[in-house]
Design a protein around this ligand. Structure first.
Ligand SMILES: C[S@@+](CC[C@H](N)C(=O)[O-])C[C@H]1O[C@@H](n2cnc3c(N)ncnc32)[C@H](O)[C@@H]1O
Length: 395
């Protein structure tokens, strides 16, 4: 378990100023960009060493940590190698998660991308850091939609392991997903009700636990009488139902002869959706989509092999954070987490040891500040603004 009560949360803007002032880091003016004092930081360096120095500034301040470490899949990519022994890989990642955990706020969460090869070992190891009771869920992300015919099984999904500093509290504090256009399209206003859009829902329920007062012939305003269907009863007693009819909360169809249904107003309903654990490509994109986005951004750079789609990170940050809160990614890669956090008006810290910290992360963030239109920009209404500071560990 990580150490107990965290120190008082500091404003990250002041942490960033402290980082800038600290002798531990050197700010690179040529690689920093946009408005100063943003509190957003890109750190070019090995993450364990960088985290050790950031720890006094960040302890208890981070709302969401997302990491997408090398999966130990024995591949050698253009920008990093992903081939270690199992025990070496596991020890290294657990060491870093132990460093990351105390940075979380009391309502903070850690999200880890991982695939089939190491997920089960990693789950057991991270349980030991956060406590099994703070494991929230395993999310399945459909990371490809094409079939890989050379393998025994075409592996089309990866996982996100989700941990909370306090899983019970996270149930209250997490954000729901926005309703789909299909859900919203069910709300209409055929009777020009001044209370606005509404949808109708059944006015009868299963008779199992009913009381005698729920069985009656319901008298509609046009005099027609309606019996509940077999095995069902009315949701309200006769008196309450007549009261609801008087308040114009019951709908009998356009001609007044239809089966009675209750009006549910959009303005009064909680339309948010509880996030599900299967995240299809159609909602959050694929690896290929993310690569295409990077190719548009950097047509002349060697392609970064393992980027995450912006929509995937958007969903994580939407559920786990609110505007202005701090997000941290200690394996920044091509900079996706920072780019999405920036567009969603969160603060961020990104750490990357490879030269992609400059070639991809800083260049990508510069484009974002200038109003880059790809990825989730349209969905979040991103037009540009803000800034970030680029740091290196001082020698
Ligand atoms: C799978 S990629 C992350 C991709 C990223 N999510 C994106 O969307 O572009 C992993 C990254 O972690 C970096 N990395 C691996 N070990 C690291 C370490 N110890 N410190 C800092 N960065 C590290 C690698 O250089 C690589 O860029």
């Amino acid at each position: 378990m990580f150490p107990g009560p965290v120190s008082e949360a500091k404003s990250f803007a002041s942490s960033s100023a402290a980082a800038s002032a600290s002798r531990e880091f050197t700010r690179e003016p040529k690689l920093s960009y946009g408005a100063s004092g943003s509190g957003n930081g890109l750190y070019h360096g090995e993450n364990l060493a960088t985290l050790a120095r950031l720890e006094p500034l960040l302890r208890g301040t981070v709302r969401c940590i997302y990491i997408d470490p090398p999966y130990n899949n024995q591949e050698r990519y253009a920008h990093y190698h992903d081939a270690r022994s199992h025990s070496e890989w596991l020890a290294a990642i657990v060491q870093r998660i132990e460093r990351l955990a105390p940075l979380l706020r009391e309502d903070g969460t850690l999200w880890i991308s991982i695939d089939d090869r190491e997920v089960h070992y990693l789950k057991v190891a991270v349980d030991a850091v956060f406590g099994r009771e703070n494991f929230v869920s395993t999310i399945i992300w459909q990371q490809r939609t094409t079939r890989e015919n050379r393998k025994v099984f075409s592996n089309n999904h990866e996982y996100l392991l989700v941990y909370a500093k306090d899983a019970k509290g996270f149930r209250q504090s997490r954000n729901q997903l926005a309703p789909t256009p299909e859900m919203l399209s069910r709300y209409k206003n055929p009777d020009q009700d001044p209370r606005g859009l509404w949808q109708s829902v059944s006015a009868n329920v299963q008779a199992g636990h009913a009381t005698a007062s729920q069985f009656y012939l319901l008298a509609a305003p046009n005099g027609r009488r309606h019996a509940p269907p077999n095995g069902r009863c009315w949701i309200y007693s006769e008196r309450k139902m007549q009261e609801e009819i008087r308040k114009n909360n019951v709908w009998f169809g356009k001609d007044g002869n239809g089966t009675p249904r209750l009006k549910r107003f959009l303005s009064e309903s909680s339309t948010g959706l509880t996030p599900e654990t299967f995240w299809p490509a159609v909602d959050v994109g694929t690896n290929d989509l993310a690569k295409k986005h990077l190719l548009q951004l950097f047509p002349n750079e060697t392609v970064f092999d393992t980027p995450k789609p912006e929509a995937l990170i958007h969903r994580i940050l939407h559920i786990a954070t609110n505007p202005g809160e701090l997000v941290l990614d200690a394996y920044l890669g091509s900079g996706t987490t920072a780019a999405v956090a920036h567009k969603m008006r969160r603060k961020y810290i990104g750490i990357e040891e490879g030269s992609q910290a400059v070639s991809h992360c800083a260049s990508r963030l510069k484009k974002v500040v200038d109003g880059e239109a790809g990825g989730v920009s349209a969905a979040v209404g991103w037009k540009g603004g803000g800034g970030f500071d680029f740091y290196r560990l001082s020698r």
